[in-house]
Design a protein around this ligand. Sequence first.
Ligand SMILES: Cc1cc2nc3c(=O)[nH]c(=O)nc-3n(C[C@H](O)[C@H](O)[C@H](O)COP(=O)(O)OP(=O)(O)OC[C@H]3O[C@@H](n4cnc5c(N)ncnc54)[C@H](O)[C@@H]3O)c2cc1C
Length: 451
Amino acid sequence: MDATPGSAHVPTLSAEAAVRDIVIVGGGAAGLELATGLSARYRRSSSVKITLVDNTRTHLWKPLLHSVAAGSITASEHEHDYLALAHWYGFRFQYGEIIGLDRTVKQITLAATYDDEGRQITPERPLPYEVLVMSIGSVSNDFGTPGVAEYAVPLDTPEQAKRFHRRLVNGYLRAQTQSEPLRPGQLTVVVVGAGATGTELVAELHRTTRELVGFGLDRINPEKDIRIVLIEAGPRILPALPEVISTSTTKTLEALGIEVRTGERVAEVSAEGVRLASGAFIASDLVVWSAGVRAAECLDRFDGLETNRNHQLVVTETLQTTRDPDIFAIGDCAQCPRKDSAAPVPPRAQAAHQQAAHLARQLPIKLEGGALQPFEYRDFGSLVTLSKYQVIGNLMGFVGRDFRVEGLIARLMYRWLYLNHEMAVNGGRRSVLGTIARLLARQYRPAIKLH
Ligand SMILES: Cc1cc2nc3c(=O)[nH]c(=O)nc-3n(C[C@H](O)[C@H](O)[C@H](O)COP(=O)(O)OP(=O)(O)OC[C@H]3O[C@@H](n4cnc5c(N)ncnc54)[C@H](O)[C@@H]3O)c2cc1C
C-alpha cells in the first residue's frame, strides 16, 4: 500500500491496467466516512483502490470547531491523522489541494504542498480516477460584506478556530497586564449569524471566558468588562429550527447576559468593530463570521461540471453530477435534490453522514455496472447545545411524530452524534479508548485551553 505523500499513483498499462481507482477528494464528515466505509469492502482487493485526497493532514469533525475556538476542547485530542487512518483501513492518502480536473483523460491535478519555511513537501501531480467523488465541503459566505475577509474570523478550518482562540486568550492576558483602562470593545466578541454555529459559540464563550478569568486574571470583571453579542439578520435566531426552540434559546442567552440582536444586518466589519445597516456601531476586537456557507469557487472551473450560484456541484438523486456520471459529489459541496421538498438537502453533518453511507453501498454497484439507487435524505432533527447551560432540539419522525428534547437526553443524543462519526472513521475500539483518554486528561488538565 502506498500511503506516502507525494508518491502519486499513476498506473502503468502493463502492471496495473486492471486497477480501478476510486478517488475521493476531501476527507471531512462525508469523504472520510466514505473512504473508511469503502475500504471495509475493498481492503483485500487488488483490483479496486481507494484514494483519499485532502489539503490538510489531519481530520477534525467540523461541528467541533466552535468548541476549539472557545477553548472548551483541545483540537489535537480530537484530530485524526489521515496517514494513520489510511494505514489502518487500507486506503491511500494523497496530501494536496485539487486544482484541476480533466474529464477526457479522467484525471485530477493536485497542487504542490510546502512547509512553513517554503520547502516543497509534495510536487504538483496528476491523479487518475475511474470514479471521482468530490466532498470538499464549504466555506463561510460573507455575501460581499466589506471588511469581513480582512477583519472577521470564519470558522471553516481548525487553524481558523485555533487562531480565534489565541486572539481571545491574548486579549485577556493583555487586559490583565495593561496599565491603561480597557478600551471600548477590547473584551467584546461579536458573532455574526445566529444559526446553530453562532448560537452555540456565544454560549461556549460565555462559559470559557469566565473560567479563563478564574485563572488569576483578577483585574477583569466578567459582568462589567466582557461583552458577547450575537447578530442575526433574520427575525429570530436558529431560523432552521422551530420557533419555540428559538424563543427558549433566546431567553437562555439573554439570561446569561449575552446580547441577542435580531433583524440587524451587518454593513461593514473593520479593525474597530462592526457597523450595522441601521447605522449602529459595535466596538469589538474580535468578530466571528458564521452567517451562512457556500462551496469553493474553484468548482465553477472544473471542466464544465454544473454548479449553482453557491458554487455547489449540482447532482442528481443518485449523487452523480449532472454532466458526468463518473463524478459524484456529496456533503456541503453538493446541491442534492430532496424528495418531497423543493429545498435541496441542507449542508449538515447528518446529510454528509447519510450520503457517505449511501455511496459506500452504491459505488460497488456502479463498478459492477448495476443500476444505482436514489439517495433519500432523512432529517432526524437538530440539537443545539448551549455549553453547560442547556441542550435543546427537535427530533423528527420518531414514533410517527416530531417532538422537542431537552436536558440530559438531548445532551446524550448530541454526544452520540459525534461518537457515531468517530466510530465511522476511527472504529469502535479506538473511539472508546479516545473517549476514555479525554476523560482522563480532564483530571490533570485545566477544563479549558489556556494557550
Ligand atoms: C462550527 C460548525 C459547527 C457545526 N455544527 C453542526 C452541527 O451541530 N450539526 C450538523 O449537522 N452540522 C453542523 N455543521 C455543519 C457540518 O460540519 C458540515 O455540514 C459537514 O462537516 C459537511 O461535511 P463535508 O464532508 O461536506 O465537509 P467538511 O467536513 O468541511 O470536509 C471537507 C474536507 O475537504 C477538505 N478540502 C477542502 N477543500 C479542498 C481542496 N480544494 N482540495 C482537497 N481537500 C479539500 C477539507 O480539508 C476537509 O477535510 C457545523 C459546521 C461548523 C463550521
